[in-house]
Design a protein around this ligand. Structure first.
Ligand code: FES
Length: 136
């Protein structure tokens, strides 16, 4: 799977898919995708990347990177273009506030959520986990 960046930012390390397998015998294997160098996502900003059928927003919070679907649960606004405030992002369309850790909407008081994805940094490259690897 090759990441593509639909808007801003380059993906200098894009294109390599790495799979790792959980230690537990019954655990599902995971697919980790190398997305971009850490320098491509400025502090307290987000960037969107297309990974297969998904468009994911990755945010640089300084001490960690967090990833959520790049689609606001209100009317689909591009969360990667929102303003990062603490551990949340404010949607650029109508200002809903979404928690980047849980994906839950914090404001207004509604029950809505966006999917989140585990991330990690390896050798200066941000990786995103897309869950179970596709069957070979
Ligand atoms: S689309 Fe995000 S707040 Fe309306």
């Amino acid at each position: 799977m090759t990441p593509t960046f639909p808007a801003r930012g380059a993906a200098p390390h894009a294109g390599k898919v790495r799979r790792s397998f959980a230690a537990a015998a019954n655990a599902e294997p995971e697919t980790w995708v190398r997305v971009t160098g850490v320098e491509a996502i400025p502090l307290r900003q987000g960037r969107s990347v297309r990974l297969g059928a998904r468009e994911i927003a990755i945010f640089n919070l300084g001490d960690r990177f967090l990833a959520v679907d790049n689609r606001c649960p209100h009317q689909g606004g591009p969360l990667a273009d929102g303003i990062v405030a603490g551990g949340t992002v404010v949607c650029p369309l109508h200002s809903w506030k979404v928690c980047l850790e849980s994906g839950a909407v914090r404001k207004p008081d509604v029950t809505a959520c966006v999917p989140t994805y585990p991330t990690r940094v390896e050798d200066g490259v941000v990786l995103v986990c897309l869950g179970a690897a596709p069957a070979a």
